[in-house]
Design a binder for this molecule. Sequence first.
Ligand code: NAP
Length: 348
Amino acid sequence: MTVRIGVIGTGAIGKEHMNRVEQRLSGAKITAVSDVNPAAAEEALNELGIEANFYPDDQALIDAEEVDAIFVTSIGPAHEATVRKAIEAGKYVFCEKPLSVTAKGCKTIMQDEMEYGKRIVQVGFMRQFDKGYEQLKQAVDSKLVGEPLMIKCAHRAPEVDAAYTTDMAITDTLIHEINILHWLLGDNYISVQVLYPRKNKHALPHLRDPQVILLETESGVLIQAEVSVNIKYGYDIQCEVVGEEGIVSLPETESLNIRNNGKQSTDVLQDWKVRFQDAYDKEIQAFINQVAKQEALQGPSAWEGYVAAVTSDACLKAQESGQREPIELESMPAFYSKEETAEAQALR
Ligand code: NAP
């Protein structure tokens, strides 16, 4: 079966995903697009050399006969309504983060999906498909350095545009660490505090940058996460797990090792799209493969979207208060456990 995909939102990441489906992945094609700006959608199709039907809104695209599965790559506040419509229509949906801009919205989506009876929503937390993080997860799960005690990590970017505001350090940037460290440790967060070091002179007046986010988990792991988005030297993701018997870190990205002019050097990437290109490819290919088999999805779930939303709300509160703020999650429905997804839902 070739999975026929309809894309809602043909901006930056929408175009990236359309291109990877058509150029690098197998088993799927783009058959329909929708965007609030029809001219932008047409331009995207022309630029990518894709022939697909245009629909004026999400519902029309979801209802289209030539659409088996939906990509939601519109702006964050539009995601929840579209995902709910896709579930209502019984169509698989890959939704870029955030699943919803509120925890309440994520819960509503989980309720809809559980009523439907099968996991058909995947959230775009692509780092779970990154080779380095997969290796780190194996190391943590196998207790290679004993139980994890602390994590030191950093999310650094050379610069951001004027539209990037202080809260986006959480909702657009740290959100990936929130998801990946929860997945890595298999441990819920219980509190967060946000600190502001001396400001980077390259940050615009309205932006507090860098930020240090201190998260604590149920088992007592302390996480120190740095977000620096004007650090000039490159796009750099670091993660070091300090265990009881050693330290294990995310591998550096592949680069030539150059000795020249009395110096030894390796490259630092500049662009997030390049850093996580393989991970994006793998997350979308996994989605396509599972849709083709009509399986319950195994990738990042609506529950993970909910965990990220609750945690990010607490981080935003901590940004304002300067205090240690609690993170209070409801218990995970059995529907979202790996066992339930793999076995019981396979029968539906
Ligand atoms: P973008 O370039 O602004 O693209 C969004 C597109 O959706 C624009 O063409 C926008 O049109 C359109 N749109 C807005 N409201 C819509 C609606 N109700 N229905 C259909 N289309 C609508 O943004 P982006 O950078 O691609 O980001 C899109 C989403 O992906 C965001 O939620 C973002 O957080 C997420 N994202 C995730 C990653 C990741 O690493 N996983 C990376 C980048 C982005 P107008 O421009 O006319 O408003």
